[in-house]
Design a protein around this ligand. Structure first.
Ligand code: NI
Ligand code: MN
Length: 252
């Protein structure tokens, strides 16, 4: 795996031109961390890179972000958020409790949402949606309720589930938004497993899935080929990107 990671290392230093009107470029940084170039900006989700041995070849100092979106307060979703926000000057988008906590740690540019609420940023609209999970900060502070994000931009729409169980609420997303892709947790044990993630893909009416939250810890190791095959049998395309690799999803 090491060779592949090195080959992609240069991508982190100089991202390709932004604002492709027909597509969104996704880059995977391991676990549930990924970036999306959408609406002319770089959106980075759930940064957990330096503590992840699987992501050791990622050039942390080269990661670009205009916005950092945090789904919930667990360490495996925000351990690198403070340092990245400081270096990049990115605005953090998260729930009220995480936003307040980050403010106390010196992160100055924070936009707080709460569930069901949406806001129009310069790249597009972000709505904080339900996730069924838990959420506490590294020092034990209450982190509010965990969430997911529906992001709608002129270059395409996508949904990131965060850590969650399968929930009927996902049907509401499918009814109201046409998604180019969805980033779903699939690793089981702490979140949805494969069968529930396939059901979630049906609820949200999306056939292009970026798999997240697998392989990082022993209880969530998966058989890649078997899982991809299972999605394929359900008529869904599951992308398990190598850490450091990118994939472009055309606007739906
Ligand atoms: Ni979690
Ligand atoms: Mn997690």
């Amino acid at each position: 795996m090491g060779g592949n990671l090195c080959k992609h290392a240069k991508d982190f230093a100089s991202p390709p031109p932004l604002d492709n009107p027909y597509a969104m470029k996704v880059t995977y940084y391991g676990h549930s961390c990924f970036s999306v170039e959408a609406g002319g900006k770089n959106l980075l989700f759930d940064p957990f890179i330096r503590p992840n041995p699987l992501a050791s070849a990622v050039k942390f100092d080269g990661i670009a972000a205009d916005y950092i979106l945090i789904s919930h307060a667990h360490d495996d979703h925000m351990s690198d958020a403070i340092d990245l926000a400081r270096r990049t000057g990115a605005m953090v988008i998260s729930n009220f409790e995480i936003g307040e906590w980050l403010g106390k740690q010196g992160v100055s540019r924070v936009h707080e949402l709460n569930h069901g609420g949406a806001f129009k940023f310069d790249f597009g609209r972000v709505k904080l949606v339900n996730a069924v999970h838990s959420s506490s900060l590294p020092d034990g502070t209450y982190g509010g309720n965990p969430g997911g994000f529906v992001v709608e931009t002129r270059t395409g729409n996508f949904y990131y589930s965060g850590d969650t169980a399968l929930t009927f609420d996902m049907k509401l997303i499918g009814e109201s938004t046409t998604l180019a892709f969805a980033a779903l947790c699939i690793g089981d044990n702490f979140t949805m497993g494969v069968d529930d993630a396939i059901k979630a893909s049906e609820f949200i009416r999306c056939g292009e899935i970026l798999g997240l939250h697998y392989d990082t810890f022993p209880p969530i190791k998966i058989d890649h080929a078997a899982v991809v095959k299972k999605f394929h049998a359900a008529g869904k395309n599951l992308h398990l990107l190598k850490i450091g690799a990118s994939h472009t999803f055309p606007r739906a």
